[in-house]
Design a binder for this molecule. Structure first.
Ligand code: BGC
Length: 498
């Protein structure tokens, strides 16, 4: 029997928990483990299920591009292509103090942003973790909690000096609310549907800006809600503030989505508003909804179908469910559960811990893929520590290969979305920068490289002209810049129309 080896390390899960792991390899002979050959056979099967050929990707891009056009032409489409009333790019000279509130999929963040002009800014912030109950209980209560956090932030950040609010100072606030909302103006937004597992009652179909203002009134805060924005729109504007080559922004995090700048003349569904046809307006695509309900274009496996059927919103967010951080761990877990049921994995071991839905964090896929040891000590750690399961090297190699298949598919599908916007806007020849943010993009090893590789598979060599980069903080800085741009427009008497 080979000598066992030890390893240790620590990492942080998306739940915020930091875990220290101390492991040693175990090549014990006493449990009936799957052989190397069995694992290799299974892997081949999953390879064919999760691999996207360049040809298939090009077909997806074609359908995606048509869907984007449809959303611009007609109201209430599945991919709603939401006009944001954010007109044009920032000048880079926006200045002043702004509050930003960011209700994301996992946290609530309050920021004080000081824009200094010339693309520079300072930011101070506080984060609050949202509980599962808060995501599901009454919507007004959720907004009350937002206002309460703002209140605490304002109280603790009022004083003298840089990064401080002056006593009595009244501030404009940009509220980043990253769920699909149809907007009639920039400080309005009717929630179309919750995504990312949220389900707070009495909120869908209502104007969340109004609901939030009601909560602000309770605390009598010296704050004016200036703009309601999506995280992608914020990312688009913040990224352009520091890198004017940016034309598209994408978020690959708990959810996934994109925004870009569109010519008003090409948004047929708002023609009746009489906005200057020469103007430009940011569009929040809400592309996570691509292929929802009909499931005609995306390569769904049976694991994806289970994820969808057992979600709180079956049929919806079909694209997002194949890509975003909320679901990748669950897809891998479902494959493992199938192999347990087939009697391939963990024979003679108690697998109950792995049978709990959503117990396999997407961070585990990142960790497995980045494990630098030959014995895959990190993988041992994950399975023993969290699931009390012993594994052999052949099994661990299989788990890692599976993570790679699922992570790679997500990145290649993401490339399809980006390619659809690039094709629609004709950006391929001149090239463009794509500001990208979110836990998957920032933390998943090789995600960006795989997106770039996907773009080249779709467009050939010219795909190199499209480059993603780690974006500026859209929900904080972007929201502040948009609040500044909006204030400027209002002061100039240009509220809605250019
Ligand atoms: C939401 C989008 C958001 C994205 C990224 C999706 O679930 O519908 O509004 O931009 O997640 O946070």
């Amino acid at each position: 029997m080979p000598a066992s080896r030890r390893g240790s390390g620590s990492f942080t899960l998306t739940t915020g928990q930091t875990i220290a792991i101390h492991t040693r390899t175990q090549d014990e002979e006493d449990l009936p483990h799957a052989t190397k050959k069995t694992m290799a056979d299974h892997l081949r099967k999953y390879e064919s299920l999760f691999t996207l050929t360049p040809q298939r990707m090009r077909m997806i891009v074609e359908a995606f591009t048509e869907t984007l056009e449809l959303g611009l032409n007609k109201p209430n489409q599945i991919v709603p292509m939401i006009p944001t009333y954010v007109f044009g790019w920032p000048t880079g000279q926006e200045k002043g103090d702004f509050l930003a509130l960011d209700l994301g999929g996992t946290n609530l963040r309050v920021c004080l942003v000081t824009l200094q002009g010339e693309g520079k800014f300072e930011i101070s912030q506080t984060k609050y973790r949202l509980t599962e109950e808060q995501k599901q209980e009454d919507g007004q209560k959720l907004f009350d909690f937002c206002a309460e956090c703002l209140n605490t932030f304002v109280e603790t950040n009022t004083g003298e000096g840089a990064g401080q609010l002056k006593p009595g100072q009244s501030l404009p606030l940009g509220f980043t609310f990253s769920y699909p909302c149809s907007q009639e103006r920039i400080d309005h937004g009717e929630l179309i549907r919750w995504t990312k597992g949220f389900g707070a009652g009495n909120t869908e179909g209502r104007d969340v800006a109004e609901m939030f203002k009601k909560s602000l009134e309770k605390y009598q805060l010296p704050i004016k809600l200036t703009a309601l924005i999506n995280d992608t729109t914020g990312t688009l504007i913040a990224s352009h503030y520091v890198n004017p080559k940016t034309k598209i922004a994408v978020i690959f995090g708990t959810g996934c989505n994109a925004a870009y700048m569109e010519h008003v003349k090409d948004i047929a569904k708002i023609e009746h508003l009489g906005i200057d046809a020469g103007a430009e307006m940011a569009i929040n695509c809400e592309w996570g909804a691509f292929d929802s309900f009909e499931h005609e274009h995306l390569p769904r496996t049976k694991y994806d179908t289970i994820v969808d059927d057992t979600s709180n919103k079956p049929g919806e967010q079909a694209f997002e469910k194949l890509i975003s951080g909320r679901y990748l761990g669950e897809i891998l877990r479902l494959v493992l559960c199938e192999l347990i049921d087939e009697g391939v994995l963990f024979l003679g071991q108690n697998t109950y811990k792995l049978e709990k839905p959503y117990c396999f964090d997407t961070a585990f896929l990142s960790l497995m893929e980045s494990d630098p040891t030959d014995e895959l000590l990190m993988v041992i750690g994950i399975f023993t520590h969290f699931f009390a399961l012993e594994t052999t090297l052949a099994e661990r190699q299989f788990f890692r290969a599976l993570a790679k298949l699922i992570g790679r598919r997500a990145a290649r599908l993401s490339a399809c979305g980006i390619a659809a916007i690039v094709s629609k806007m004709g950006y391929l020849e001149e090239g463009c920068s794509v500001g990208a943010d979110g836990s998957l993009y920032n933390k998943y090893p090789g995600f960006a490289d795989r997106v770039h590789e996907g773009l080249q598979d779709i467009f050939g060599d010219k795909g190199r002209n499209i480059v993603t980069y780690h974006a500026e903080d859209g929900s904080g800085v972007g929201s502040a810049i948009i609040a500044a741009m909006t204030k400027h427009r209002k002061d100039a008497g240009l509220y809605l129309h250019v």
